[in-house]
Design a protein around this ligand. Sequence first.
Ligand SMILES: *[C@@H]1O[C@H](CO)[C@@H](O)[C@H](O)[C@H]1NC(C)=O
Ligand SMILES: *[C@@H]1O[C@H](CO)[C@@H](O)[C@H](O)[C@H]1NC(C)=O
Ligand SMILES: *[C@@H]1O[C@H](CO)[C@@H](O)[C@H](O)[C@H]1NC(C)=O
Ligand SMILES: *[C@@H]1O[C@H](CO)[C@@H](O)[C@H](O)[C@H]1NC(C)=O
Ligand SMILES: *[C@@H]1O[C@H](CO)[C@@H](O)[C@H](O)[C@H]1NC(C)=O
Length: 313
Amino acid sequence: MVFRYLILGVTALSCFVHNVKADDCIPGNVLNLKIHVDGNLTWSVNPTEPCTVDSFQVDVEGDREDSYHVRVYRTFVDLSFLKTCEQWRFVVTPVSRGIFGHAIRLIDWIPLPANSDLSLDYFNLTVVGRNDVLARWELKNRTHGDCTLGYRVAITDRTTSLIRDVYVTGRSTHLNLSPCVPYHITIRAVNVAIGGIEGPLLSQFLEIPAFPEDPPQLRDIHVGPTYIHTTWRLENFIRNRCPVQNFYLDCGALFNYTLVVDDPDGRPPVRVNVTGLQPNTIYYLKASVENSGGISDSVSLAVQTLELDPGAA
Ligand SMILES: *[C@@H]1O[C@H](CO)[C@@H](O)[C@H](O)[C@H]1NC(C)=O
Ligand SMILES: *[C@@H]1O[C@H](CO)[C@@H](O)[C@H](O)[C@H]1NC(C)=O
Ligand SMILES: *[C@@H]1O[C@H](CO)[C@@H](O)[C@H](O)[C@H]1NC(C)=O
Ligand SMILES: *[C@@H]1O[C@H](CO)[C@@H](O)[C@H](O)[C@H]1NC(C)=O
Ligand SMILES: *[C@@H]1O[C@H](CO)[C@@H](O)[C@H](O)[C@H]1NC(C)=O
């Protein structure tokens, strides 16, 4: 989430400005370069550093062509005046008796301060598809930016009281939800830089309207001379929780078969056995399923019954 990396290198300066002599001691790079929440830039000298490091050159460059250069004699410098949520490049070069050593570079943000206002202006939910809800929100005050903010969206299914947390960044996200479930959805900003300080909560109630199922899928079929035994998989109940009522098998002018489905937990497959058929005949079947959102599209199937087994006749 937070853009952060370290680059090691030799300062170009050390090669050109100073005439390095064979007996000069060139310090190695410093360690643990870090920018803290309060804008304190700190580092440490390698305990095995052979040179006597007497000062540090600190060069700071922002992404808006602003920069700051200072020579310090301790292993920290107060940079709390830099703008938060601007990306800065911090370069620290140890100096030993005027000789510049190896530089180390850190690219990071000054995180949002602990007292920044994390209130949200609005939290809007829009149903854009059967399983797709677009959530949008905005900070009330963007003065400090939002570089170290995450947002915690908590989705409560009010029929089961189960809660699901989603962590997101930015100002919008798509939530994958099911129709026919009453949800309570909350959001709050979290400043991840400061041990997760949380802002005030906004919430919405939402229920995606009932939607027909996807067409059933044939899972298993057994064909005999006078029967067709079928097993059908219905759409997963996690994607569509609208209660299933009927299963239809349509064979045009010959017969129509309706199976009442009680839609138990987990929505197991539906078995339909058609009997009393003519041997060696092609039957055109169309299967569909009805739930509280209506009747699904149908799936078609042509099945030829077997010839009568002369031995069994
Ligand atoms: C910065 O950090 C150093 C080392 O931890 C500490 O000694 C110093 O007091 C800090 N400065 C500020 C302004 O917090
Ligand atoms: C959010 O919802 C409110 C109230 O319905 C509306 O006034 C506002 O324009 C919406 N904002 C966005 C960005 O959709
Ligand atoms: C936003 O926050 C800044 C800094 O805390 C403050 O100076 C400013 O007045 C705030 N703006 C609004 C509109 O609240
Ligand atoms: C079965 O239903 C279909 C359409 O739903 C209809 O065209 C057909 O006549 C019905 N067949 C019988 C035997 O009722
Ligand atoms: C359908 O037939 C199979 C045997 O092929 C049988 O195990 C099953 O119980 C039958 N199902 C129904 C609903 O009649």
